[in-house]
Design a protein around this ligand. Structure first.
Ligand code: FKS
Ligand code: ZN
Length: 343
């Protein structure tokens, strides 16, 4: 399997995030992608190539121009206001406030588009964000050209980013951009299977009213886990999209047998949908030693995930999302890919 990777991912480095009352080192750090790439090479997964560069129009098919523009310019404006460090949002748009009027002030715009305080924008973040999107779009293009499977080693991740919001370490939704690209290249239907520990709220929101993209999520129950405000089992899609969103929330402490059963359910739903291609939002934060997550998967289970995905008998684009147990992140992520390739 070919891996698409850009060294520019390292240009995004969060100075830290607020947890409880402490400012702590960021979990989502450049080392993550470096270690996954090292493992790709160690096992000889296949060729590693750089991304092509896509025009801004590829981004605005999914995202509001105001969001893209903010991500591009926020840090420059931050500095122009005499500030140092990274640009963090710290006022948020809650229900009852205006959703139809974007304020001019930078803090207002960061709060209008941002939904948490763990997703800062640095001077060079945009270059990493754009490279990550280009990695996913390149992977999609390769699938359109006939590849059976491609690994888009995206960083920063994307599945929490919605059409007009960023957060959860995510800025642009790489998986959604890839799915849209597959459709634009001629696929009639695309399924997104999100196996990250956290609910892919952005992906769900983007496609919620559409029936050309099926979105299936296996994740920690939003009653107990981030992102809390979306991902419940009664969210099945809206309007034309009714029936094309499936959420399979699982409780804290979930182990492999229950997780695997949810994957079987997901695979049956994807097969019934009959997609021309599948995008897997690949998070390995379901691992038992993950520092911010509470599922109990073991390294060998990631291989089974790859094998079960291969059994779909569809072209698959793997898009990297989360995973914070850095010592094991390479083995866990690449186990999915070798599990796929060996089937
Ligand atoms: C932990 C606080 C929660 C935010 C967690 C974001 C998870 C991101 C992710 C992605 F795939 F996007 F990277 N902080 N105590 O893993 O879903
Ligand atoms: Zn996650």
């Amino acid at each position: 399997m070919i891996t698409v990777f850009s060294p520019d991912h390292a240009l995004h480095q969060s100075p830290g995030e607020l947890i409880y009352s402490e400012f702590v080192p960021a979990f989502e750090k450049p080392e993550r992608a470096a270690l996954i790439l090292a493992r790709v090479k160690e096992v000889g997964l296949g060729e590693v190539r750089g991304p092509d560069v896509f025009p801004a129009e590829a981004l605005t098919k999914i995202h509001a121009p105001g969001l893209v523009n903010l991500l591009m310019t926020a840090h420059e404006e931050w500095v122009a206001m005499g500030r140092t460090g990274a640009a963090y949002p710290y006022t948020w748009a809650a229900r009852g406030m205006r959703a139809d009027r974007v304020p001019k002030n930078l803090d207002g715009r960061l709060g209008f588009y941002g939904f948490d305080c763990g997703t800062p924008i640095t001077a060079t973040s945009w270059r990493a964000i754009k490279a990550s999107a280009d990695v996913a779009l390149t992977g999609a293009e390769m699938i359109s050209a006939g590849e059976r499977a491609v690994f888009a080693l995206c960083r920063p991740p994307g599945h929490h980013a919605g059409s007009d919001h960023f957060g959860g370490y995510c800025f642009l939704n790489n998986a959604a951009l890839a799915a849209q690209k597959l459709l634009d290249d001629g696929a009639r239907r695309v399924a997104i299977l999100d196996v990250d520990y956290h609910h892919g709220n952005g992906t769900q929101q983007i496609f919620y009213r559409r029936n050309d993209v099926l979105v299936v999520n296996i994740h920690a129950d939003p009653d107990e886990e981030y992102p809390y405000m979306l991902g419940f089992s009664d969210e099945s899609g809206e309007a034309a999209g009714e029936g094309f969103n499936l959420n399979l929330p699982l409780p804290w402490g979930t182990q492999w047998p229950e997780w695997r059963a949810a994957l079987e359910t997901s695979i049956a739903r994807v097969l019934a949908f009959g997609p021309d291609a599948v995008v897997v939002s690949l998070g390995v934060d379901t691992y038992k030693n993950d520092p911010i997550s509470k599922f109990r998967l073991e390294s060998e289970h990631f291989m089974v995930i790859g094998r079960m995905t291969a059994n779909l008998m569809k072209p698959v684009l793997f898009v990297m999302e989360g995973g914070y147990a850095v010592a094991e992140i390479g083995v866990n992520a690449v186990n999915v890919l070798t599990g796929f390739d060996d089937s």
